[in-house]
Design a protein around this ligand. Structure first.
Ligand code: MN3
Length: 201
């Protein structure tokens, strides 16, 4: 079994004006599709064929650049599309809201810290909210690395990841990454993030 590009759970234009349709289309059908195809090529005929993408990330040989970059790219974008919704935004509720308040003081302080992680990641990468032994942590990673991978200085189970590669925002926001990060908060699917948090406990 090879990995397949997942369908988006909404139309390309569903997240406008926060993320424009053209960016979504290129990002999904070109970038994510490319990672998927190259991941399949990189694992074909190896011991990794047939493993879950989570296990491939957790057991990553970090010197294997083809699997590291494309396996990370495959996993990271899978979680990215479903972290967003046309009905998203607002604030989390329930256990996740309580865990955010406990870890960061308040939702606003969480938002500021996550936005700083996303804004200060130099070059291409991702900002993450992770559940680590029931506690929430924020970190960022370079390129297509993610917190499942060993030794990247960012651990736990990722429950929310924001793509800060220029391909994720440049058409609409150009160099204004902070505006894109701010817009992302308008579309976060907190119900989905809450279920990821519950599953990570
Ligand atoms: Mn991307």
């Amino acid at each position: 079994m090879s990995f397949e590009l997942p369908q988006l759970p909404y139309a390309h234009d569903a997240l406008e004006p926060n993320i424009d349709a053209r960016t979504m289309e290129i990002h999904h059908t070109k970038h994510h599709n490319g990672y998927t195809t190259k991941l399949n090529a990189a694992i074909a005929g190896t011991d990794l064929a047939g493993k879950s993408i989570e296990d491939i990330c957790k057991e990553m040989d970090m010197s294997n650049n083809a699997v590291r970059n494309n396996g990370g790219g495959y996993y990271n974008h899978n979680q990215f599309w479903t972290a967003m919704s046309p009905n998203g935004g607002g604030n989390p509720t329930g256990d996740l809201a309580a865990a955010i308040d406990s870890a960061f003081g308040s939702f606003d302080e969480f938002k500021a810290a996550f936005s700083t992680a996303a804004g200060t990641r130099f070059g291409s990468g991702w900002a993450w909210l992770c559940a680590n032994d029931g506690k929430l942590e924020i970190c960022s990673s370079a390129n297509q690395d993610n917190p499942l991978m060993p030794g990247i200085g960012c651990g736990g189970t990722p429950i929310l990841g924001l793509d800060v590669w220029e391909h994720a925002y440049y058409l609409n926001y150009q160099n204004r990454r902070p505006d894109y990060v701010s817009a992302f908060f308008n579309v976060i699917n907190w119900d989905e993030i809450a279920s990821r948090f519950a599953a990570a406990l």
